[in-house]
Design a protein around this ligand. Structure first.
Ligand SMILES: [Zn+2]
Length: 164
């Protein structure tokens, strides 16, 4: 016998994934897309950044038994200036609790705060955590998305802690 609830669940799920799919094509960015859009000099400077601590946090949907939320907090220190900044990546999960490659990120450094936070926010890739949310008229007038050197330096950890 066909389980009507199962059919409803499948229909709802397929509608959800279609909606998500369209939204992602139009707006969202994956970590890898953001990394590719990051300037070569930032990636070069990222080699001088030490990730000194990472803090992954997972939250389960108890009822469904799947991952509901996963974030990775990290602290990044410049080996030359010794300045320490705090970064954050939230993995976007699909209805099965798996990472679909998209992220929301943030970093407390001035480069991220004044250049990238609002621009990334427009593509659903950043929360307004560290800036005042105003458009970066002087620093990034075309509002191009990017990572800062700290978020670029965290790449191995972002990928390592990604929900499978
Ligand atoms: Zn940064």
């Amino acid at each position: 016998m066909v389980d009507i609830l199962e059919i409803i669940r499948l229909v709802v799920q397929s509608q959800k994934s279609t909606r998500d799919g369209l939204k992602h094509l139009d707006e969202d960015l994956t970590y890898n897309q953001l990394f590719r859009k990051t300037s070569p000099d930032r990636k070069e400077k990222a080699e001088n950044i030490a990730i000194v601590k990472v803090q992954p946090v997972s939250r389960l949907d108890e009822r469904k038994g799947i991952l509901k939320e996963k974030t990775l907090k990290f602290w990044a220190r410049s080996q030359t200036t010794r300045k320490l900044y705090e970064g954050k990546v939230r993995y976007h999960l699909n209805s099965l609790g798996r990472w679909n490659g998209y992220i929301t990120c943030g970093c407390s450094c001035p480069d991220y705060k004044f250049r990238w936070e609002t621009a990334n926010h427009r593509q659903n890739a950043s929360q307004i955590l560290f800036s005042n949310g105003e458009a970066p008229i002087m620093t990034n007038p075309r509002e191009l998305p990017s990572l800062c050197k700290h978020l670029a330096a965290a790449k191995p950890f972002v990928l390592k802690h990604a929900p499978k």
